[in-house]
Design a protein around this ligand. Structure first.
Ligand code: NAD
Ligand code: PPY
Length: 363
């Protein structure tokens, strides 16, 4: 994909692109909206076929952050950064990774707080600790370094609340005895899998990392081939890997009753939400279901919330989803459409356009 394609068709406020010849990495920062406050969203570091694909991912993810912040009632806008690595992170020398983070930190510092980053796929709290040596604009440092630590626990809690609300809307009753298929057993997915087991679900798992599957199998899970995830019968599909799992074509045949997970930008194309709705599959929109991490990072580090307050706000995701499901039923639209409409009305009703500019954080 040419880099012009995603950039020229995007409705966001700002994109910054940099290539660093020293490391071979490309850096993309996408600021979608600062209407509710400074843009925030994690740094994704992985390989992409071309800088165009990396830009497409950054812009799509940044747009989803705007929706996530609006629906979660957080005073931040939407942004995301993508680092297109020359080789997978596991194969990078430690020294090269540090050089990459140095370049990223200097880019962020030049944005003067219009964009705040945090961990995402390919980055973690230790990376945020390192970034904060050279930029003020990173959430999610380790607790030892004065940050709020990993957001994965809050994200998993929110995803599980979303699963319960969706199972209820699908008329399945409780999770006990339901087949729950978790795709991706990373920081979020492994936690959700444990919660499903505790709730009496029959657990199915899929991960490209066989060690993660083995660990789940030892806990009683049945392992599904990664290529079979969207063809495996289950009541609840929980995507917790990377996005784009469900296209309109896949939605036509996917054998489940509920889709609710953590993966950002789960739907590959615009038509997939309508197909899921037409088939009566309850879809919990990703930017609503996975907001626990943003609630944790912004709640703890900007709003000064306690861990208990973060938990209460995260569990409220199930109530938000019930409202979205009701609106969707009443208006005869997909859950995705109803969630986007809710975000749009929060953004339109906001009286604090750009209020976050100049925000300094509390740490
Ligand atoms: P992670 O990197 O810890 O875990 C991802 C897991 O998915 C890994 O175990 C990996 O091996 C597996 N995986 C990758 N590709 C796969 C495939 N094709 N099939 C099966 N498994 C595959 O990431 P995470 O922090 O658990 O996040 C998971 C998803 O949730 C991501 O899309 C992320 O953007 C989203 N999310 C995470 C948070 C958070 O707080 N961590 C917040 C919001 C959204
Ligand atoms: C996400 O929720 O997708 C994130 O990127 C996490 C996040 C949220 C707020 C600030 C930084 C990272």
């Amino acid at each position: 994909m040419e880099i012009e394609t995603p950039l020229s068709s995007w409705d966001g406020e700002l994109t910054c692109v940099r290539y660093d010849s020293g490391t071979g990495a490309w850096f993309l920062v996408a600021v979608h909206s600062t209407r509710l406050g400074p843009a925030a969203g994690g740094t994704r570091a992985m390989t992409y076929p071309s800088p165009g694909e990396a830009a497409a991912d950054a812009t799509r993810l940044a747009g989803a952050m705007t929706l996530k912040m609006a629906v979660a009632g957080l005073p931040m806008g939407g942004g995301k950064s993508v680092i297109r690595l020359p080789v997978p992170r596991a194969k990078l020398r430690a020294e090269t990774w540090r050089q990459i983070l140095d370049v990223h930190a200097s880019n962020l510092q030049r944005l003067h707080g219009d964009y705040w980053t945090g961990p995402d796929v390919g980055t973690n709290s230790a990376d945020m600790d390192y970034l904060r040596k050279a930029t003020d604009y990173a959430f999610g440092r380790s607790v030892a370094a004065g940050g709020s630590g990993s957001s994965a626990g809050a994200t998993a809690l929110g995803v599980f609340a979303a699963i319960r609300a969706s199972v209820d809307d699908a008329g399945l009753g409780t999770l006990a005895g339901c087949r729950v298929l978790v795709q991706g057993l990373g920081a979020v997915g492994a936690r959700v899998a444990e919660m499903a087991l505790e709730a009496g679900a029959e657990l199915l798992v899929a991960d490209i990392d066989p060690k993660r599957c083995d660990a789940a199998q030892a806990r009683g899970a049945r392992v599904v081939n990664v290529a079979e995830v969207t063809r495996t019968s289950c009541e609840v599909l929980v995507p917790c890997a990377t996005g784009g799992l469900i296209s309109a074509k896949i939605a036509e045949t996917i054998p489940c009753s509920v889709v609710a997970g953590a993966a950002n930008n789960l739907l590959r194309d615009a038509g997939s939400a309508d197909v899921l709705a037409e088939r009566g599959i309850v879809y919990a929109p990703d930017f609503v279901a996975n907001a626990g991490g943003a609630i944790h990072l912004v709640g703890r580090e900007v709003l000064g919330w306690t861990a208990e307050q973060v938990t209460v706000r995260t569990l409220r995701i199930s109530q938000t989803l019930k409202t979205i499901f009701e609106n969707a039923h009443k208006q005869g639209v997909s859950n995705e459409r109803a969630a986007c409409d809710l975000a749009a009305s929060e953004l339109a009703n906001s009286t604090v356009a750009g209020a976050g500019r100049g925000f300094e954080g509390n740490n």
